[in-house]
Design a binder for this molecule. Structure first.
Ligand code: FNR
Length: 389
């Protein structure tokens, strides 16, 4: 078997073999240590931006705690030699039921920003969801991500010409789906960013897709004036008037599958399905929007029960290990989005750091599945878990 076709779990062999040759892993293997090292490496603003959540950060903690209340009950003596994590989702062939979550303004974490993330992801073969508010354009990110599947996350601008233009650009750049984030009409009340009085957009970060957009440039008196570009971004960004009816317009703009990111109530999930949405990301934005909101994992079972047979269901917020991903799959997700942990890899090692984080994460997921007696994501279901108060 070639190295590339080995199960992801076999990554441990490479690590031990390198150790026998005197080489230790470049990044901390423990997720907690990885986070701590990344925090040390970042300046105050970048640290506050990636780590901060809304209010008392109660929902941030609830996301993590929810995973601890579910325990895996492994089954023994089942042949698990032949395994695969490969998953087909909304027409995209994924190597595993995992993609990278859209995270904005990545130049705060590494000079190459989203391009490093895209290169790290494609080196590992993983799909990504690219953020609207990136420091590299969606076209450049798609090019850096090569043949691996990428989806585009849309912050739906309040200017419909700009919305049409961005969706058309994503389509022609080869994105396989549009992920509309619906929980961010305003930035949440995030004390860490507020204390630094820091909003990246005001210093021209996260605006690459906007300042290059032909529809937006057509609105400007001097399209090459960075100050005017930032002003335009701030004008078109917030869209608190968005409603379910607007989804009909979006469906007319594109033939790509549409997902909604940020759904937590089963009735919203049903409405999404009835409006022709193809998938959902069950998410509270990593606790960054409504402090006190339900943990994503706690919202998942009811949403999966309501629409899981009809829609692709993804989950993010609090996924910190392969075991967490396994639990989300068992509770009805078809895939998870990995968020902050890849930023820690990006901060410490650029593209290589992202690739390493992905390989560690997939190794842990593959081993968790195998050591639990299962060989395919589709076999992972509620029977693999026990709930503990
Ligand atoms: C985000 N998230 C996010 N979501 C989105 O739809 N568009 C975006 O541009 C961003 N930007 C962003 C920046 C930072 C610094 C963070 C931490 C998060 C939310 C992201 O996609 C995902 O929902 C959360 O990261 C999940 O929470 P955890 O698992 O990372 O804690």
């Amino acid at each position: 078997m070639s190295e590339a076709s080995l199960p992801f779990g076999d990554y441990y062999r490479q690590i031990y073999a390198a150790g026998a040759a005197g080489e230790s892993p470049a990044l901390p293997v423990s997720w907690a240590e990885l986070e701590a090292r990344a925090q040390e490496a970042l300046d105050d603003r970048a640290r506050g931006y990636v780590s901060g959540s809304a209010g008392t950060e109660d929902t941030y903690r609830a996301n993590l705690d929810a995973f601890r209340r579910w325990r895996i009950v492994p089954r023994m003596l089942r042949d698990v030699a032949d395994r695969s994590l490969a998953t087909k989702l909304l027409g995209s062939e994924l190597i595993a039921p995992v993609m990278l979550a859209p995270i904005g303004v990545q130049s705060l974490f590494h000079p190459e920003g989203e391009l490093a993330t895209a290169r790290g992801a494609v080196a590992a073969g993983l799909g990504i969801v690219a953020s609207s508010v990136s420091d590299n354009s969606l076209e450049d990110i798609a090019a850096a991500h090569g043949d691996a599947p990428h989806w585009f996350q849309l912050y739906w601008p309040n200017d419909s010409d700009v919305a049409v233009s961005m969706v058309a650009r994503a389509e022609s750049a080869g994105y396989g789906a549009i992920v509309v984030t619906v929980d961010n009409a305003f930035p949440g009340w995030k004390p860490r960013d507020l204390q630094e009085a820091y909003l990246p957009g005001l210093e021209g970060r996260g605006v690459a897709n906007y300042v290059k957009d032909p529809a937006l440039r057509a609105r400007m008196s001097n399209p090459d004036d960075p100050g005017e570009g930032i002003g335009m971004f701030l004008t078109v960004f917030p869209n608190p008037s968005l409603t379910w009816d607007d989804l009909d317009t979006l469906r007319e703009m594109t033939s790509l599958p549409i997902l909604l990111k940020g759904v937590l109530h089963p009735e919203d999930a049903v409405e999404a399905r009835d409006r022709g949405v193809a998938g959902l990301v069950v998410s509270n934005h990593g606790g960054r929007q409504v402090d006190g909101a339900i943990a994503s994992l706690d919202a998942l079972p009811d949403i999966a029960a309501a629409v899981g047979d009809d829609l692709a269901i993804l989950l993010d917020s609090g996924v910190r290990s392969g075991a967490d991903a396994f639990k989300a799959l068992a509770l009805g997700a078809d895939a998870v989005l990995l968020g902050r942990p890849y930023v820690w890899g990006l901060a410490l090692g650029g593209a290589e750091g992202v690739e390493t984080v992905i390989r560690m994460f997939l190794a842990e997921l593959d081993l968790t599945m195998a050591l639990s007696g299962l060989t395919r994501p589709a076999e992972i279901d509620r029977a693999a878990l026990e709930h503990r108060a």
